[in-house]
Design a protein around this ligand. Structure first.
Ligand code: AMP
Ligand code: MG
Length: 476
């Protein structure tokens, strides 16, 4: 890996877009995990990577060839309020290879750190490392993670915690907030340069086209809507949908106090500090639109108002179409029918009323053969679920595939393993005692969520009562 050659096209932009800054190493770095799949993405043979090499690369004591480390400048709306300058306060970009931009998270202070220490703790780094691979395996657009180191560095949060660094990868790290920074500081020439850069890097199909910025915006609207439809279909609550955490290429980034729902609760808020529930599970689609309207405003010097509104207006349709398709697949239906929206809605109402744990429910449904007992055992409102199952039985009569075919499709659509917070916490507790085995086992579960993993059957069931739908601190 030491011999891969990175490029840094972002540094061809004016220096106002970034700060060139070197990582500050952690004390006694230890490799926690390497994700071989991600190594292949950047053309590296994982077998040739030693833990020592990785420790040095992630810790910034070895610089990869061609790398000129830098932090990116951006702004953003946080909980609805505009913050004029944020930027990579604890992330440092190393450069690009094979279309992937390598970024260290937790590697020390930068010009954009404000009062922060530039660090990330082991707890949140494990969460980010594992979830990005889990999301990818579930078919959800996301940043990826190559490796994770822990250290003996003490980092102050609610308590002292271990400092850690994740090496994460994305085709682009440009955020809605990157555009907002140049719009709100009235630097419209720079705004255009950033848009040109983004098109060249991520939307080359629009290069040199008329209305290329409007087309780029339209594509971001579509990708964002579809990404959030994916979140809703698996019960993912991001928790901090500030515009600085929204990707210009429509991938899920900046994992903080996220959660996969345990019991289905539409108003669930995973983020302990989100008192008003701005980023609650059922608000996510609406917030996606609000964030896009902020992006539209930021791009207004480059796109006509009419075009911005026209593209924004398609959001609902993109979202609904994607969600319907995903739910159709989750229920093993061959084709969508007119009344399926009602079937889906009544299922979610039955899940909510029956306090149903979403993941084991859909997994059990994947083997439904008319015998309802195992499903009814999962609900506190059996009559309602019974009624719904009668509708489902009726609906399945219109399916052309056989029951076996339906089962085969559904077990590849409805994961058996979802990294719920209580499961992650077990891995974190062990890792804090320098035992990384469970973290690595969970990486396998994350990467193969539809498979049977006999040794981890305990994680496939209903979440234990004391761990259900807890809120998480956003300290990280
Ligand atoms: P987040 O909500 O975690 O994505 O972070 C919001 C902003 O705060 C970003 O600009 C981060 O770079 C910055 N930030 C978060 N934590 C730290 C930290 N420990 N040190 C410096 N900057 C941070
Ligand atoms: Mg962020």
């Amino acid at each position: 890996m030491k011999h891969i050659n990175l490029t840094t096209p972002y540094l061809n932009l004016d220096p106002i877009f970034y700060q060139e800054v070197h990582p500050t190493p952690l004390k006694n770095p230890t490799l926690v995990s390497l994700n071989s799949d991600a190594a292949h993405l950047i053309g590296v043979d994982p077998a040739k990577l030693t833990p020592h090499d990785l420790e040095e690369i992630l810790n910034g004591t070895t610089l990869l060839e061609g790398s000129r480390p830098y932090a990116m400048c951006y702004a953003g709306h946080q909980f609805g309020y505009y913050v004029p300058r944020l930027g990579d306060g604890r992330a440092i970009n190393l450069g690009e290879i094979n279309g992937w931009n390598l970024q260290l998270k937790g590697s020390g202070q930068t010009l954009y750190s404000r009062q922060g220490d530039g660090r990330a703790v082991l707890r949140s780094s494990i969460r980010e490392y594992l979830i990005s691979e889990a999301m990818h395996a579930l078919g959800i657009p996301t940043s990826r993670a190559l490796a994770l180191i822990s250290s003996d560095e003490k980092v102050a949060r609610e308590r002292w915690e271990k400092g850690a660094i994740v090496l994460r990868l994305a085709p682009s790290w440009i955020r809605f907030g990157s555009f907002e920074y140049f719009f709100h500081t009235n630097q419209h020439d720079k705004l255009q340069k950033l848009a040109d850069f983004c098109i060249t890097q991520s939307y080359p199909q629009f290069l040199d086209q008329e209305e290329c910025y409007g087309k780029m915006f339209g594509e971001i609207v579509k990708r964002t809507a579809e990404m959030i439809a994916h979140w809703q279909s698996v019960g993912f609550n991001h928790g901090v949908m500030n515009t600085d955490n929204m990707s210009a290429i429509g991938i899920t980034i900046d994992y903080g106090p996220y959660a996969f729902l345990d019991t289905f609760e539409s108003g669930y808020i995973c983020n302990h500090t989100d008192h008003e529930g701005r980023y609650s599970f059922d608000n996510q689609p609406r917030i996606g639109h609000w964030n896009l309207s902020q992006l539209g405003r930021a791009l207004s010097p480059l796109i006509t108002q009419e075009k911005i509104e026209q593209e924004l207006a398609k959001y609902g349709e993109y979202f609904t179409t994607k969600l319907m398709e995903l739910l159709k697949n989750k229920l093993g239906l061959d084709e969508l029918e007119q009344k399926d929206g009602e079937l889906f809605r009544s299922l979610f109402t039955a899940m909510e009323n029956g306090r149903i744990d979403m993941t084991p429910f859909f997994r059990t449904l994947s083997r439904y053969d008319g015998d309802r007992l195992s499903l009814l055992a999962l609900t506190l409102a059996p009559n309602q679920l019974n009624e719904w199952l009668t509708l489902y039985d009726e609906r399945l009569k219109n399916n052309s595939s056989t029951m076996d075919e339906r089962h085969a499709k559904m077990v590849k659509t409805n994961p058996k393993y979802i990294l719920k917070n209580y499961i992650l916490q077990e891995a974190i507790d062990a890792a804090e005692q320098n035992n990384f085995e469970l973290t690595n086992d969970l990486l396998t579960l994350a990467q193969y969520p539809y498979d049977e993993h006999i040794a981890f059957e305990r994680y496939a069931g209903v979440t234990p009562m004391e761990h259900k739908n807890l809120k998480l601190s956003c300290s990280s």
